[in-house]
Design a protein around this ligand. Structure first.
Ligand code: SAT
Ligand code: MN
Length: 619
């Protein structure tokens, strides 16, 4: 029996006489598991098959250990409360360990790979004692893709194994294919870093104060230690599908991006696929599932976080979503703001982390309904009433749910080729300066927009929130190599195709506010009304909407955005779209400083774009 076995067993069902049990016929995988078992000394090894029975067993066990609470009101869904110190990605503990520090670039933490392996090998030594090592064979994207993108996560967290079943295609079918082809895979090693001594009882959320999230780009390998949360621990997501995949993409001529993918159908039945890059917790999930407020338009979802873009034979960029689930920010998700996410969750089979619990055994978070319930148990497990001066749910609390349950999932989600992209949107969270929507003049100008993208920080990463930082292509924490080289790669991608086949690039900002300091109310209602901006984008693609050329790009002329039935006064609309020379005069030195951090890896084309912008603004 290869699916279970103690690490001290002698011979297994495959009959091979050996010190270690035989877990797989994949030679490299078998050997790697043996090495990890020898180093981390788990009590048991379990090779995940991805079955329903396994899900039931895992979640039952997690309920028994107190990690999960079964929701009485939704018995196929569960609530987890993390350690209060393990609630978000830890960017300052995240490393790109390339051989040459230059290849990590100025935006990543770097340490020599051998040195890092030394540190982590010491931490992993005995780190799984008293626990089960779960072997999670998975594929990012589809198993029937031309080149399936395999990974195997070895983790001592049942919560991670269960979450990986929602977020990736995993289990026995993947392992069989790995074995048949003796295919290469990205090894992803994860330990929460809390071994259990004999008789020591476990805590609900094991983790370690010391945390490392480490990518070895040349070896296509990931080592993670100390955290059980989200992108720190579900290694198929940010670590593989963005950091490692971005390096593969650079080497192979494609793009791995932090983008949602949506399908837009106009009243004339024109279909356009749009990819959009926003930083974490800036509304990607909401836009991906938007419910249009204007008649005749349809939005369907293909993905809410990650897009892999490759050129098709037609010379267009085709995007596919490598993930199998949604890991969305809970607060702010409600029947008003994102009814499709609510419908997805309502079908059950979901893991919630760090949200509040209602008295009748359901979940609640800020923004789910207008009025909070009279009593809750908050994300730390404490009593909560509406007069409390703290939120009931952590601002980075999450729902983890199968994407197949999304009622507006586009049928093309299941097409291994993906979908041809007509437009790319870049967006951030900015109170001032950035207009509601701006169209790039050409690909290079679009790359400049992406490279200078900025946003106020959110709770998705630990650290201060609300501080403006440059977040190029919304990829700042996810670029697996030198960011200057990454911009160069984007420019090269533009040279691989005819200009008229490339997606058109737009820069959006749903978050601009009233007042010179941007401290007033939002100028634009956002959410479902964003369809009006998407409509302008489609009308531009179809050559029927007006735009005026400004120093920063093309913005809608007065009246070009359809505001029928919307209560946004003319002045507010003008303010949302304004290109303010004073604001941009303050922006230029910030962009200059940002570019100066790169030295000679910054493509000269981007410096030229900055000079063009400067000249246009002062001209
Ligand atoms: O925690 S995750 O990295 O998965 C979520 C996010 O930051 O987008
Ligand atoms: Mn994300």
């Amino acid at each position: 029996d290869r699916t279970t076995g103690t690490t001290t067993g002698t011979t297994t069902g495959t009959g091979r006489a050996s010190a270690a049990p035989r877990w797989t016929t994949h030679e490299a995988l078998q050997q790697w598991i043996e090495e990890v078992v020898a180093l981390t000394t788990p009590d048991r090894v379990h090779v995940c098959d991805g079955s329903d029975a396994e899900w039931t067993r895992l979640t039952d066990e997690l309920v028994a250990t107190g990690t999960l609470l079964r929701l009485d009101a939704a018995p196929t869904s569960f609530l987890a409360r993390s350690d209060p110190d393990d609630v978000a990605r830890v960017e300052d503990r995240t490393f790109i360990c390339s051989r040459d520090p230059r290849d990590a670039g100025p935006t990543n933490n770097w340490l020599d790979p051998d040195e890092m392996k030394g540190i982590l090998t010491e931490l992993y030594d005995g780190s799984m004692r008293g626990r089960t090592l779960y072997v999670v064979p998975f594929v990012m994207g589809r198993l029937d893709a031309e080149h399936p993108m395999f990974g195997v996560e070895l983790t001592d967290s049942a919560y991670v194994a269960a979450s990986m079943r929602i977020m990736t295609r995993m289990g026995a079918t993947v392992l069989r294919e790995l074995e048949r082809a003796q295919a290469s895979f990205v090894p992803c090693l994860h330990s929460v870093g809390m071994p259990l001594a004999d008789g020591q009882s476990d805590v609900a959320w094991p983790s370690n104060e010391t945390k490392y999230i480490v990518q070895f780009p040349e070896e296509r390998m990931i080592w993670s230690y100390g955290s059980g949360y989200g992108g720190n621990a579900l290694l198929g997501k940010k670590c593989y599908a963005l950091r490692i995949a971005s390096v593969m993409a650079r080497d192979e001529g494609w793009l791995a991006e932090h983008m949602l993918i949506l399908k837009l159908t106009s009243p004339q039945q024109e279909v356009h696929y749009v990819a959009a890059a926003f930083p974490s917790a800036c509304g990607k999930t909401n836009l991906a599932m938007l419910e249009p407020t204007i008649p005749g338009w349809t939005v369907e979802t293909l993905g809410d976080d990650i897009a892999w873009l490759r050129f098709g034979e037609d010379g267009r960029l085709w995007a596919s979503n490598p993930e199998f689930g949604l890991f969305g920010v809970a607060p702010g998700t409600g029947w008003d703001t994102n009814p499709n996410a609510m419908r997805t969750i309502a079908k059950g089979n979901s893991l919630f982390t760090n949200v509040a619990l209602t008295d009748d055994g359901d979940v609640w978070w800020e923004g789910m309904t207008e009025e909070p319930p009279a009593h809750l148990v908050d994300w730390r497990g404490e009593d909560w009433t509406p007069d409390a001066d703290r939120p009931s749910s952590h601002p980075n609390s999450r729902f983890c749910t199968p994407i197949s349950q999304c009622p507006v999932l586009a049928p093309e989600y299941d097409d291994p080729r993906g979908v041809p992209i007509s437009a790319i949107l870049f967006g951030g969270r900015r109170r001032t300066t950035i207009p509601l929507v701006t169209e790039a003049r050409d690909w290079a100008h679009g790359v400049f927009m992406g490279a200078t993208l900025s946003s106020e920080t959110t709770a998705a990463a630990t650290g201060r929130t609300g501080v403006v930082r440059r977040d190029p292509m919304a990829m700042l924490p996810f670029i697996g190599y030198d960011a200057g080289d990454y911009f160069g790669h984007w420019l090269d991608v533009g040279k691989q195709a005819d200009a008229d086949r490339l997606p058109k690039v737009f820069y959006v900002n749903w978050f601009r506010r009233e007042g010179a300091a941007g401290d007033g109310g939002f100028l634009w209602p956002g959410f479902g009304e964003n369809i009006r901006v998407l409509k302008w984008v489609v009308d531009r693609l179809e050559g029927r909407a007006a735009a005026k050329d400004t120093p920063v790009g093309r913005v809608p002329t007065y009246g070009a955005i359809d505001t029928t039935g919307l209560d946004v006064p003319e002045e507010r609309m003008a303010a949302a779209l304004r290109v303010d020379r004073d604001e941009w005069a303050r922006e230029l030195p910030q962009i200059q400083r940002w570019f100066d951090t790169f030295g000679d890896t910054l493509p000269s084309m981007l410096r030229d774009e900055l000079e063009t912008l400067r000249a246009r603004l002062t001209g």
